[in-house]
Design a protein around this ligand. Structure first.
Ligand code: PHE
Length: 444
């Protein structure tokens, strides 16, 4: 008897996991983080940390979820009964809550832009001013954030499997295609070369411990690891899938989308005279300007915003799903109600973040705006520490034979790769995270 829902196909799982991974992290956050942190040097460390630290953790989360077939807290309880390891999942749920509270704010910005692209007010505007105007408007940001959360709740309450699987099959390739068209336009703008150099030619003198911590946080953020979201998704995965391959497909796709986002944004930034280090508005300011340089630009911009909204929603589903899955336990009939309650609570918690570019712009937490403080707390503290404990859990707590067996399922044997991964998860990953983390808070 099947007691737990499952993805309907192999592609379904990869699409859902990639859907969780690919979202604002790659398309909105990566360009502005690279833009404010030295460009190529940030990109280089982001790639290295994704491959050598993020991907092994992704494999570890998949393993925990698939083996236990449980939600983020019960997975650890089942695998290590009577211990405190399930706090990893508990912390994951709390951080997911905070994450979605500000993620939905950016989701709301996309909706604002979408509305404007329909009315035509996005062509030939002063994009910098427009963006600042939108994010400072208290009613608009909160209403749009609310609509975004409602959309998220509506899908999650019905169970993520059906909706996401079907839609992802078409939307993700479409997003990819549009990015390629955009990249061509951006690269052929006059003066684009400076942007390519900015993205691809690292300046090692700009390297700091802070840059590496931010790149690490970015790697975890884009891969959706550290808060057991991927544990939850993999709990719906059947035993016949190869999780190692899935993890590398997700990581590879993710790097590719970040690269494409960078190759669209930076050439345009330099060619059109924008500032790479302007922060969270970068994509919202530069992209409409690129579309403005294209034939049928407003149509393309509309399509792009729909696809970006979709990519953002598929990530938001996964974040709400972890919270709902923990609350629902086995009482499926409560799912709808719990999705509404937790979704609306997340919205309320997110309102101050939404307002932090306008009415609350003076409020500072640890020297940052509310929005930035929430992001820093999740991306640079919650995700790295969560990932650290997940690596210790899999590396030292789980029995070796369980780990090896689970990873080998659906493969023809992993050979030397297994040993490399196991060594990484025991030594390389935890040491790397600890060093980067301690360095950046000044303890090392
Ligand atoms: N990976 C998502 C993105 O890049 C964000 C996310 C982080 C989702 C952590 C789930 C968990 O947009």
């Amino acid at each position: 008897m099947k007691t737990h829902e499952q993805w309907t196909s192999k592609l379904g799982f990869i699409l859902a996991a990639a859907g969780s991974a690919i979202g604002l992290g790659a398309i909105w956050k990566f360009p502005y983080m690279a833009g404010t942190n030295g460009g190529a040097i940030f990109f280089l460390f982001f790639i290295l940390l994704t491959i050598f630290v993020g991907a092994p953790i992704l494999i570890a989360e998949f393993l925990i979820g698939r083996n236990s077939q449980k939600d983020a807290i019960r997975a650890y309880q089942k695998l290590a009964p009577g211990t405190k390891w399930h706090y990893i999942g508990g912390a994951g749920v709390i951080f997911s809550f905070i994450l979605l509270s500000f993620y939905s704010v950016v989701g709301g910005w996309i909706l604002s832009y979408l509305g404007r692209s329909i009315t035509g007010s996005l062509s030939n505007a002063n994009y910098g001013e427009l963006f600042n105007e939108i994010i400072a408007n208290p009613i608009e940001v909160v209403v749009c954030q609310f609509i975004f959360m409602i959309m998220t709740i509506m899908v999650v309450k019905g169970g993520v499997q059906k909706g996401i699987e079907r839609a992802s099959k078409y939307m993700m390739p479409a997003l990819f295609l549009l990015f390629i068209i955009l990249a061509i336009r951006s690269l052929t703008l006059e003066g684009a070369g400076a942007g390519i150099e900015f993205l691809l030619k690292p300046d090692f003198s700009a390297l700091t411990a802070e840059t590496i911590l931010l790149a690490l946080g970015q790697a975890f953020f884009t891969l959706s690891v550290g808060i057991s979201v991927m544990v939850t998704y993999a709990s719906y995965l059947s035993k016949s899938e190869n999780i190692v391959k899935s993890a590398f497909s997700v990581a590879g796709l993710n790097i590719l989308i970040c690269f494409l986002a960078g190759i669209v944004i930076f050439p345009a930034v330099f060619a059109l005279g924008f500032e790479p280090g302007q922060g969270p508005g970068l994509v919202f300011v530069v992209l409409p300007a690129v579309f403005n340089e294209m034939a049928f630009g407003s149509v393309f911009l509309f399509i792009f915003l729909v696809l970006l909204l979709f990519a953002t929603l598929t990530s938001a589903f996964s974040i709400l799903e972890i919270v709902v899955a923990v609350l629902v336990k086995d009482e499926k009939e409560k799912r709808g109600k719990l999705a509404w309650i937790s979704g609306l609570l997340i919205f309320l918690v997110g309102v101050p973040s939404a307002l932090s570019f306008g009415v609350f712009s003076e409020v500072q937490l640890f020297g940052k705006s509310i929005f930035d403080a929430a992001d820093f707390l999740v991306s640079n503290i919650g995700l790295p520490l969560g990932a650290l404990f997940i690596s210790l859990f899999v590396g030292y707590r789980l029995p070796r034979n369980l780990v090896k067996e689970e990873l080998s399922m659906g493969t023809n044997g992993l050979g030397i790769f297994y040993d490399i991964w196991y060594f990484s998860i025991r030594f390389v990953v935890p040491i790397a995270i600890a060093v980067v983390f301690l360095q950046s808070i000044g303890l090392l």
